[in-house]
Design a protein around this ligand. Structure first.
Ligand SMILES: O=C(O)c1ccccc1N[C@@H]1O[C@H](COP(=O)(O)O)[C@@H](O)[C@H]1O
Length: 215
């Protein structure tokens, strides 16, 4: 079975090119000033224009206001919006309707109790991103290189929408994460970096190799 993957937090043209070369089906751009992976609209536009068709360009935002999303969508040719903050199901539906773009809602998991609220998002989002819950007081709501206990997803009935597994994935652990959770899509950021915000071509290739069916 082919496992699709997203490389998130791309900031440089050479990283976009290496991600595409490695076989990424999605590339993500972070619009969150506190993140070391934050890009301006101008940077993101240039990066997005270099992405070939067939690879989805995802805009990651955190509790963004309409005005910021309006500017983003006007400036950057994106294919999907990832909502990685505290957006309610109603807000997910609103963003989806306002821009006519598919929306992926990120949800943080630390324990079985966190799984309960996912169903209400599955009703309104196009995709779900199941990530580790950030630690208390963390600056970033994602991109912390932290995994959650994948056994929480083992053997469970999945959601009515496609979903991606995220959080602390690396070339060394992604095969095990897929085996335990049954994920068919995964998302990675810090696990394929040489430093925060700088992707590493070798690590992206190794990540893709770890997901290859023959592996
Ligand atoms: O990557 C970031 O800087 C970021 C900032 C704010 C919200 C989410 C962010 N990243 C997302 O988190 C997942 C998991 O990251 P990691 O692999 O554990 O480093 C990442 O794929 C992004 O979708």
């Amino acid at each position: 079975m082919t496992i699709a993957f997203k490389v998130c937090g791309l900031t440089r043209p050479q990283d976009v090119s290496a991600a595409v070369q490695s076989g990424a089906r999605y590339v993500g751009f972070v619009f969150f000033p506190k993140s070391p992976r934050n890009v301006t609209l101008e940077q993101a536009r240039a990066l997005a224009l270099a992405v070939p068709s067939g690879v989805a360009k995802v805009a990651l935002t955190v509790d963004a206001e309409d005005a910021d999303l309006d500017a983003l969508v006007a400036a950057v040719p994106v294919d999907m919006v990832q909502l990685h903050g505290h957006e309610s199901p109603d807000r997910v539906a609103e963003v989806r309707a306002r821009y006519g773009l598919p929306v992926m809602k990120a949800l943080g998991i630390a324990s079985a109790a966190d799984l309960a609220r996912i169903d209400s998002y599955a009703e309104v989002a196009d995709q779900l991103l199941i990530d580790a819950k950030p630690p208390e007081g963390a600056d970033l709501p994602g991109g912390n290189g932290l995994a959650f206990d994948w056994r929480l997803l083992a053997g469970r009935k999945y959601w009515t929408k496609p979903w991606m597994l995220a959080g602390g994935l690396t070339p060394g652990n992604v095969a095990e994460a897929v085996r335990l959770t049954g994920a068919r899509q995964v998302d990675v950021s810090s696990g394929v970096e040489s430093a925060p915000g700088l992707k590493d071509a070798g690590r992206m290739a190794a990540f893709a190799k770890a997901l290859a069916p023959s592996n």
